[in-house]
Design a protein around this ligand. Structure first.
Ligand code: FEO
Ligand code: CA
Ligand code: CA
Ligand code: CA
Length: 602
């Protein structure tokens, strides 16, 4: 049986048009709603943080206490006694932009083309990654304000010490010359989307960490699955910022003179779910290795009737897989402390989407399904660290860049965004299949599935393509040319490209956020990036918000009553949120309220 949402949510706003103005530098929401900037890159977070300087002259020490860049996944943790009026906003800072420094990123090159960076810039870049935790509350006049002296206000950065826990922790593959125990790592990187647990912790997910490392030893690289299967650089420098020129741990070239090969295992210490207790400002974040190592977008909870759980993950690279983790233990709401290490034991699965609409979860367990010595696996730690390779062997289905996952609040139906994949149908290992049906897929799709008996721990499911994003049939582009067949979608209502963020609110509205190049000719009819609201029963889509030029819209959360919403505007390109045409753009959390005080979207 398919546990479909049958009750239509109330979606009462009048949708807004696309925004095609090339100089658009603000956000638009429907009539009857207000949006205001709430929390931007550089805003003070920790005690003693200085104010943001417009010329980006803040030092790396300043940045350690200020909001990072590239706000992404976000979650509101309400205070129990006043859940709709006070709580903690926790959000990711995915990466950095040239706006971080007064004159952009400085790269110098030696005669061999090796790139070098100034130490002060690298440190500021590490400090602008990670997570922000801020306390927010309604003031006496009803307006939301930040609690600037809150004991909870905290920055977690690319330098914060974290524990490695679970089956892979302490194994040789996680040891480095700086950490011979294999249990302590500095920092979390490229924190994209997120999740939360029923026991009140935040899960930040490490996405494109591969771009921060280099292994210059081509022979070693070719045989080291944990590097090449994830796309660590084997060129002269790491792909992004050449941090290895300042911080040796980002140089993962094996060094036989050093214990544990120097830092060859450092990349194995990224790609995890990191669990953070926002209510304990002294707590050490924990990288939960039982959940597997991916280029991980998200970690979305589904909670069953008996406390059984699944956490769903997208591995966001072309042709990678959808996964879930089922903890061994169930959630016990009566004994909160007994839940604290639940994420250290359980089963990791990879998904097969059969063409007939049936699906299977294949366990990634050492000794089962070919995950044996013959295939290069010697322990469960091997399987977890090389989860992609394990999923290859069990025959998981290659997907069009799996991003966020959303779970319906009552039926537990699961929705996955497959943002786009230009390799689909073009590369031998990525031929089209029923769940990824479009060659040269530039606009993406949303797939939905129902676990057997609607049980998060089931090992079979039924699935279908919920919608195919793209232009309307017969559409034309700016030059009056006909939109090619592969760019036509089947959206009912307002069109978009490249779904990325996706989330259900408590009343079953499906919120969809986009991430596409708004300067690309093929996205002409889509305008700037947007957030839309979708009825999961009819699949009808209404545009709720459009963002400033060049941004991506990503991350959404509300108070439990649904009346205050926070949404992140990531990497705007012109002067948002100042909108004065000259101030440098800043990633910003925008707060949305309904003017009549009602539920957002209703
Ligand atoms: Fe950081 Fe896959 O988005
Ligand atoms: Ca994303
Ligand atoms: Ca994306
Ligand atoms: Ca992004």
């Amino acid at each position: 049986a398919h546990y479909r949402p049958s009750q239509r949510p109330d979606i009462g706003f009048n949708p807004i048009p696309v925004e095609q103005n090339p100089n658009f530098d603000t956000v638009t929401v429907p009539k009857g709603y207000s949006a205001q900037s709430f929390f931007s890159w550089g805003d003070p977070v920790e005690q003693g943080a200085p104010a943001w300087q417009k010329d980006a002259s803040n030092t790396w020490q300043d940045q350690m206490k200020q909001a990072g860049q590239n706000h992404d996944g976000i979650w509101f943790f309400p205070f129990r006694d006043k859940p709709n009026d006070q709580g903690l906003l926790v959000m990711n800072h995915e990466y950095i932009n040239p706006t971080l420094h007064p004159g952009g990123l400085t790269f110098k090159e030696d005669e061999n083309g090796l790139r070098f960076r100034p130490e002060s810039e690298v440190k500021k870049e590490m400090a602008a990654h990670g997570v922000s935790i801020i306390e927010v509350k309604r003031s006496t006049d009803g307006a939301w304000v930040r609690v600037m002296d809150s004991k909870y206000n905290r920055r977690i950065t690319g330098m914060t010490p974290m524990a490695l826990t679970g089956e892979a922790a302490g194994t040789d593959m996680l040891k480095t010359m700086a950490d011979p125990e294999g249990r302590t790592v500095l920092g979390t990187l490229n924190n994209c989307a997120m999740g939360f647990t029923p026991w009140g912790t935040y899960l930040t997910c490490e996405e494109n960490w591969k771009n921060y490392f280099v292994n210059r030893d081509k022979d070693d690289y070719a045989q080291r699955v944990s590097h090449h299967r994830y796309g660590v650089s084997n060129q002269q420098n790491s792909a992004y910022y050449a941090w290895e020129s300042v911080e040796p741990r980002f140089n993962a070239t094996p060094d036989k003179e050093q214990a544990h090969g120097g830092y060859v295992n450092e990349p194995n210490r990224f790609g995890w779910v990191v669990e953070i207790d926002p209510f304990d400002p002294k707590s050490t974040p924990k990288k939960r290795t039982a959940m597997g190592r991916l280029v991980r977008e998200c970690s979305t909870l589904s909670l069953g009737d008996s406390g059984q759980m699944a956490f769903y993950f997208g591995d966001d690279t072309r042709g990678e897989y959808v996964y879930k983790f089922v903890p061994d233990k169930v959630y016990d709401p009566k004994r909160l402390t007994s839940n604290t290490d639940i994420l250290d034991s359980g089963t990791l699965y990879a998904a097969i989407f059969h063409d007939d609409g049936k699906g299977e979860w294949k366990p990634l367990v050492f000794g089962q399904g070919g995950l044996t010595r013959r295939n290069g696996f010697f322990s469960q730690a091997d399987v977890l660290i090389n989860a992609r390779r394990a999923a290859d062997i069990v025959g998981a289905t290659t997907m069009d860049r799996p991003e966020w996952v959303a779970v319906h609040p009552t039926t537990r139906e699961v929705y996955v965004t497959l943002t786009n994949n230009k390799h689909r149908g073009k590369k031998d290992d990525q031929s089209t299949n029923a769940a990824n049906p479009r060659e040269d897929n530039r606009h993406g799709q949303i797939v939905r599935f129902t676990e057997a008996q609607s049980d998060p721990t089931a090992i079979t499911f039924d699935w279908e393509v919920f919608l195919l994003a793209g232009d309307r049939p017969g559409a034309t582009l700016a030059d009056n040319s006909k939109v090619p067949e592969n760019l036509i979608g089947n959206i009912k209502g307002d069109i978009f490209s490249s779904p990325d963020g996706i989330w259900f609110d408590f009343q079953g509205r499906l919120w969809i956020q986009t991430d596409y190049g708004d300067d690309s000719e093929r996205n002409y009819n889509m305008g700037t990036n947007q957030m839309l609201c979708c009825d999961p029963v009819t699949a009808e889509v209404k545009r709720f918000m459009v963002g400033p030029r060049g941004c991506e819209i990503t991350g959404v959360t509300t108070t439990p009553d649904g009346k205050t919403m926070w949404v992140n505007i990531q990497h705007p390109e012109i002067s948002f949120p100042a909108s004065d045409g000259k101030t440098r753009p800043r990633s910003t959390t925008v707060m949305i309220t309904k003017d009549d005080g009602g539920v957002i979207g209703s």
